[in-house]
Design a protein around this ligand. Structure first.
Ligand SMILES: N[C@@H](CCC(=O)N[C@@H](CS)C(=O)NCC(=O)O)C(=O)O
Length: 231
């Protein structure tokens, strides 16, 4: 089976999918999306976002759809709980992570001044890199304003983030993973957002206040049974 992941290395959603594939020991080709492959992706998908995973020529977009398809094709080790109550909780936590935590991470990466130099480095200084960065800078600022986070003060956003990290800390107080003793899809989603927020200095400082989350991230990192392929 041939797997190609349209991938943007810093994206938390790409990180989530790479970690799931690694956990399941599935090898795949990483296709860097900044360049000609972006045209291929836009041509083949209306969504036009990464990650997108091609399995034997079939393209799947959205990390949640990708995770479910990976689970169907490579069922072991399972990332979806068998129990329907736990499955519901896993989905709710995954969606909270993808749709709420992500916007806080975006803010600290793209808007908060200390995050911005990292974005410049990630896109590089080629004409394509600069054009893409300026395009996404405008798009993300507009997304954040529309979603609401971009209209809040830094103090409010910091308080929101502390509340989210506090909730995770409470859930993890007596168990290694979000739903108990086994890592599930919600853990891959949440951990990816935590890794994303561990990079910009301002969100990293807040994350460091929550030592239990650092230990959780270490546990998630230790799960990966195989090395990621070179790009
Ligand atoms: N819900 C999607 C979100 C994917 C997403 O927002 N990807 C970002 C990179 S982190 C992207 O491709 N942005 C480009 C755009 O919005 O055009 C998922 O889970 O895959």
């Amino acid at each position: 089976m041939q797997l190609r992941l349209f991938d943007w290395a810093p994206s938390p959603f790409c990180l989530k999918v790479r970690a799931i594939l690694a956990y399941k020991g599935v090898s795949f080709e990483r296709v860097a999306v900044l360049g000609p492959s972006l045209m291929e992706l836009l041509r083949r998908s209306n969504v036009g976002k990464v990650p997108a995973l091609e399995i034997d020529g079939r393209l799947i977009v959205d990390s949640t759809d990708i995770a479910h398809e990976i689970e169907r094709v490579f069922p072991e080790p399972a990332i979806l709980p068998e129990d329907s109550h736990l499955r519901g909780l896993s989905h709710a936590l995954e969606d909270w992570s993808d749709e709420a935590l992500y916007f806080l991470g975006l803010y600290f990466q793209w808007i908060e001044p200390r995050g911005k130099p990292m974005v410049r480095r990630a896109f590089g200084a080629t004409p394509l890199g600069i054009a893409a960065r300026l395009f996404y800078q405008c798009r993300i600022a507009a997304q954040l304003r529309g979603q609401g986070t971009g209209r809040k003060s830094l103090d409010q956003i910091t308080a929101d983030l502390r509340r989210e990290f506090g909730a995770l800390t409470a859930i993890l107080a007596e168990q290694p993973y979000l739903l108990g003793q086994t890592p599930y899809l919600c853990d891959f989603a949440v951990n990816a957002q935590l890794v994303y927020m561990s990079r910009p200095p301002a969100s990293a400082e807040i994350l460091h206040e929550f030592t239990a989350l650092g230990a959780y991230m270490e546990r998630m990192k230790a799960l990966r049974p195989v090395a990621l392929p070179e790009r």
